[in-house]
Design a protein around this ligand. Structure first.
Ligand code: AMP
Ligand code: MN
Ligand code: MN
Length: 359
């Protein structure tokens, strides 16, 4: 494969992951073959995970626009649950391809899943894995269950969009500004604006390729990271004001947590997705390795976001509680009261210590 910046995919040999991680050449070949095997007029359904984030939407829409460049015309993009796109992502190119899950093709020729570690993240759309002519999975979660018929899973990739870019290149797609904007939103979301550990030289080289198409990183970042309604600013103030620090938790590495209820959202007239950014303020807490935001989704159900600075592997906590994610960022859904949910987290922390950290 050739790239504008030259060099092998994923960068120099020194940063290449172990041979047994990431997709093999055979996996890439199979994925390319599955796309090329689409009959003329073939129908493609692209699905990303429930409550989509920037990587889910950006990798899905960027890939869809790449398929369009290859001449694929009959395409739908979708995700399970309510068909509401968070405001920060409403300017993404390719959004016109989105349909509500209820309108998604029931038996497409090809289904492609993005950024979903397991079938449970596909909600009511999971049956398409069976009904579609072929099923391709693009992801970067170490916990991915390889639920596709062809799986491109690279746990070393900073975002699913890294895998998407590679497959697009292998399919002969040329990056244009629309594709690049989608992939850039995905990459900058999952690397926390190029701040997290996953920000390798290869990530910056990919960012360079995307920026070379002329996209405007200042505008994009302001939209996805630095813009929220006044009501959300006030809501954040309240929710941050009730944060609790437990310095002794996680064998002294510390836990900080807070919660937001449906009533909090209603009082400030805010939609649930505005809470996604809250964890970034909570995880600043110097005295805690682990941070959590517990978000009420229905009367007795909560979606939990967890972050770690390295002393605790929060993906172990999440998986033990029925969720998933990465070492430094993971989540799960739980029922009961806030205290029940936080108790369950406390109970998993000691078993998830990594041996790294400050103590
Ligand atoms: P979030 O805190 O929602 O930004 O999610 C952080 C990470 O945890 C992401 O990689 C998600 O894919 C993963 N994650 C969050 N919630 C769940 C869940 N309920 N089940 C599985 N994985 C999750
Ligand atoms: Mn995601
Ligand atoms: Mn991701």
């Amino acid at each position: 494969m050739t790239r504008p910046s030259g060099g092998p995919a994923g960068g120099a040999l020194a940063e290449a992951p172990p041979a047994d991680s990431g997709p093999s050449e055979a996996d890439w070949t199979a994925a390319v073959a599955v796309v090329r095997a689409l009959p003329p007029g073939g129908r493609v359904l692209l699905i990303c995970h429930v409550n989509p984030d920037g990587d889910a939407l950006g990798s899905m829409l960027g890939f869809a626009l790449g398929l369009r460049q290859l001449g694929v015309r009959r395409m739908q993009a979708t995700f399970p649950g309510p068909p509401e796109v968070p405001e920060p992502f409403r300017a993404l190119p390719g959004l016109e391809l989105l349909v509500p899950a209820t309108e998604a093709d029931r038996d497409p020729d090809l289904v492609i899943c993005f950024d979903a570690a397991s079938e449970s993240r596909l909600g009511e759309l999971v049956d398409r894995l069976e009904t579609a002519g072929a099923a391709l999975v693009l992801d970067h979660h170490a916990s991915n269950t390889r639920f596709g018929r062809v799986n491109l899973v690279d746990p070393h990739a900073a975002a699913t969009s890294v895998v998407a870019e590679e497959l697009l290149a292998r399919l002969g797609v040329t990056l244009d500004a629309a594709i690049a904007e989608c992939l850039y939103v995905a990459l900058s979301t999952d690397t926390g604006s190029f701040r997290f550990e996953a920000t390798t030289p290869a990530v910056h080289r990919m960012a360079a390729r995307l920026l070379e198409t002329g996209i405007r990183p200042g505008d994009i970042s302001r939209r996805i990271f630095d813009t929220r309604p006044y009501g959300a600013v006030r809501l954040f103030g309240e929710v941050l004001g009730r944060a609790r620090l437990e310095p002794a938790a996680a064998a002294g590495h510390g836990l900080v947590w807070t919660y937001a209820t449906q009533d909090d959202l209603a009082r400030h007239d805010q939609r649930p997705y505005v809470l996604e950014a809250l964890i970034d303020s909570v995880r600043c807490t110097a005295e805690a390795d682990v941070s959590c935001v517990v978000k009420q989704t229905t009367a007795g159900d909560w979606a939990v976001s967890m972050r770690s600075k390295g002393a605790v592997d929060v993906s172990l906590v999440a998986v033990a509680l029925g969720g998933g994610g990465h070492r430094f960022a993971a989540g799960f859904t739980g029922s009961g009261t806030v205290d029940d949910v936080v108790d369950r987290i406390r109970g998993q922390l000691d078993g998830a210590l990594t041996g790294a950290g400050r103590h």
